[in-house]
Design a protein around this ligand. Structure first.
Ligand code: ZN
Ligand code: ZN
Length: 390
């Protein structure tokens, strides 16, 4: 058993054995803050500067935390400044939350629950929120879930976010936290007051999606599949049995279900030649290409080019498009938005609106999976390949 694997299992055991599972999130991870203002929103906090002295922090009693060389300066209103190596603010009532404000060109204020740990890094102030897993999950759904307002849709997104969190819990193991708050892990801009979101996380507490070997699935999702999802082996190198293409009748009504892009013929020919096309171009209709159901490659005569390459080269919304030459222009008529693998968010929202349950939605988009408590997950290996999910 590898060291990493043992650590990962240990981590899970710790999280799952203490009544309420907790996760360590590095917040404001890609903003390199030098200073932050902490204010109590609910409850009472205890400030520990590791100097043998504990300070009590209540509402309307902000604490300014600033990085100063390799130390922190902590300043409370009407009191002296303290210099320390690190600090932790711990909630003591069991229902404690705080706001954090970043000053700068565009000040940001977000709110969190649980504790806050701070220490200086070479270039920045490191802020780590130790939060209840379910509150974090509700926050992730707020940031990543889109605009759907149905409970069953939010439950679906909550299970997807939780599955992803547990699957990649070791991504930042060496950094003293579990996840960061940007899309490297999952977007998390603090907590939400939306009762539906919090209800969705609580009512699916601990639930994750497992494959037939009881391992956590790669819970990929995208905005809109355009009527058919992609198979993972057509988009990524490694295919997964549960990420198969499905025909989706639920998302095609949306305004982002179709798109169109026009490219001047001369530019198109330049691009296609640069990509290896050596055939003739006197009759441009040779470039016409029809994609009624999802294909993997664009074809013009004997020339072929992976659609994933074209999507990234031409900055297209999806790989699900047809090509029509029209005079001096080449028109790309496309369907869907995103890589198309896994769950289609707009299809899932519509399924929820039609009365499907989160279990039905999950099994519609992920083939042969089941939903179970995280305690039943088999952790095969740590450090699974990172997957770009949008
Ligand atoms: Zn991360
Ligand atoms: Zn769809």
């Amino acid at each position: 058993m590898s060291r990493l694997k043992i650590l990962f299992i240990l981590l899970l055991t710790v999280f799952c054995s203490v009544g309420s599972a907790q996760v360590k999130i590095r917040i404001f991870a890609n903003q390199s803050p030098e200073s932050a203002v902490f204010s109590v929103r609910e409850g009472t906090y205890k400030l520990n500067l590791f100097k043998g002295e504990l300070l009590s922090i209540i509402k309307n009693d902000p604490v300014v935390i600033t990085k100063f060389n390799e130390k922190l300066i902590v300043k409370k209103r009407n009191s002296d400044s303290y210099i320390c190596d690190s600090m932790i603010l711990t909630g003591i009532t069991g229902n404690d939350s705080f706001t954090l404000m970043m000053n700068g060109k565009s000040p940001v204020r977000q709110y969190y629950s649980g504790d806050l740990q701070c220490f200086p890094d070479l270039a920045t102030l490191v802020l780590i929120n130790i939060s209840d897993v379910e509150k974090y999950i509700a926050g992730v759904v707020k940031a990543e879930g889109g605009t759907g307002k149905r409970l069953e849709y939010f439950k679906t997104q909550a299970i997807i976010a939780r599955t992803y969190m547990y699957k990649y819990l070791d991504k930042h193991l060496a950094d003293r936290y579990n996840v960061c708050d940007n899309t490297h892990c999952q977007a998390f801009n603090g907590l939400s007051d939306d009762t539906l979101l919090n209800k969705a996380a609580m009512e699916t507490r601990g639930l994750v999606i497992l494959d037939r070997d009881s391992t956590l699935i790669i819970s990929a999702f995208h905005s809109n599949c355009g009527g058919q999802t992609s198979s993972s082996d057509d988009v990524w190198i490694a295919g997964q049995s549960y990420l198969k293409s499905v025909v989706d009748p639920y998302c095609t009504f949306s305004r982002i279900a179709t798109w169109q892009k026009s490219i001047p013929l001369t530019e198109w020919i330049k691009y296609i030649r640069k990509s290896g096309y050596t055939g003739k171009d006197e009759d441009p209709s040779v470039f016409n290409f029809k994609q009624e159901s999802r294909l993997t490659d664009y074809k013009a005569g004997s020339f072929s080019l992976p659609l994933t390459t074209m999507r990234s080269d031409l900055n297209l919304r999806s790989t699900f498009f047809s090509v029509f030459v029209n005079g001096d222009s080449v028109i790309l008529k496309g369907r869907g938005y995103g890589h198309g693998v896994g769950l289609c968010q707009e299809g899932a929202m519509e399924m929820a609106a039609k009365g499907f349950s989160y279990r039905q939605i999950v099994s519609f988009y992920y083939s042969g999976v089941f939903i179970s408590d995280i305690k039943n997950a088999v952790i095969l290996q740590a450090g699974s390949p990172t997957v770009v999910r949008k």
